[in-house]
Design a binder for this molecule. Sequence first.
Ligand SMILES: Cc1ncc(COP(=O)(O)O)c(C=O)c1O
Length: 406
Amino acid sequence: MSSITDFRRDFDIFGSGEYVYFDNAATSQRPRQVLDAVSNFYKTTNANPLRGLYDWSMDATKEYEDARKTVADFVGAVSSEEIIFTRNTTESINLVAYSYGLDNVSKGDEIVISVMEHHSNILPWQMVARKNGAKLVYLEPDDEGVISRQEYESKITDRTKIVAIGHVSNVMGITNPVKEITSYAHSKGAVVVVDGAQSAPHMKVDVTDIGCDFFAFSGHKMMAPMGIGALYGRKELLENMSPFLTGGEMIEYVTRQDATYAELPHKFEAGTVNAGDAVGLAEAIRYIEKVGFDRIEEQEKKLTALLMDGLSKMPYIKVYGSKDPTKHCGIVTFTMEGVHPHDMASVLNDDKICIRAGHHCAQPLMQFIGAGSTARASVYFYNTEEEVERFLDRLSSVREVMGYGA
Ligand SMILES: Cc1ncc(COP(=O)(O)O)c(C=O)c1O
């Protein structure tokens, strides 16, 4: 069986180990297998899919639809018609907001989200609320990042039409109880949208078990190319929704004044599709399955424990979220007394260590935790203990570099 070191060799970008890449929550790296799959698609099968009646086009269509089946199985969808290819999580959530939200939320209704959401799961709902006169209600976590049962049961009510919740917070790393929230939201008649951008790369997702109505995720955070993502939607909901974008490919019949739409999933995929990257996403899924979520989680937990243990020895560091490293999904967000996160990131960059600094597209959360900006180190299974040690060693010298003395 291949080891983590063997898998790491599949990533040319890591080369001789000059760089430590700890910004995996922003985007992952891609193994050679994924890059080759995309390149092979263009070298051997390229033609506009879903259109031509010649071999190349039919082969491209088959590869694209096979990729959809791989994605459907990956997230536990009942049928591949429930998988819509999009550019990313942002587009998937916008699709739901425009095609479901605008038609099903009315004046006085409520949309429940959490204060931990990425802007991608806030702004589309602000848009629906603004246009339709609805109210946005925010779930708030405790200090450990946990949204309690009492919190969601008090805010999800008969007025709630949509609950849109992140599966894993891109700042706290906490996994939200999406199955329990979904069950409660359904008992109140609300539809549930899960933002899976930070969960799909790290844990086995089963949308049927969660019971959610929509699940959005991005390929680029799970080793697929940038520009391909997916939306899972429950078939009966998708069937009754209007298209998000209109034009070629998503029609059944067009007259001068009107049009009828294609069947699912094509009704939601206007224009030439991104088949090459869908093929890359399917290959990334096969790669994840080869590594195995057990191994992915084990390595991430080991590295996070090491990271948090090292940070706990630096009294000027404050770590946000749970004290338990197993509850961070590889994400550790922190601040350093007296040093701006941007300075921290710059000093680390001098040593070719890549971390994220800023608001992480989660400004309401930054306001909630009272930090304008934080630093974030996020690991994936291909990172190593040596990298964590190098990061901690360099981090411990940052205050000195910034003029605080040893
Ligand atoms: C929790 C979460 N939701 C949504 C997104 C948006 O993803 P994308 O930029 O791929 O649309 C991100 C990206 O960082 C994220 O972490």
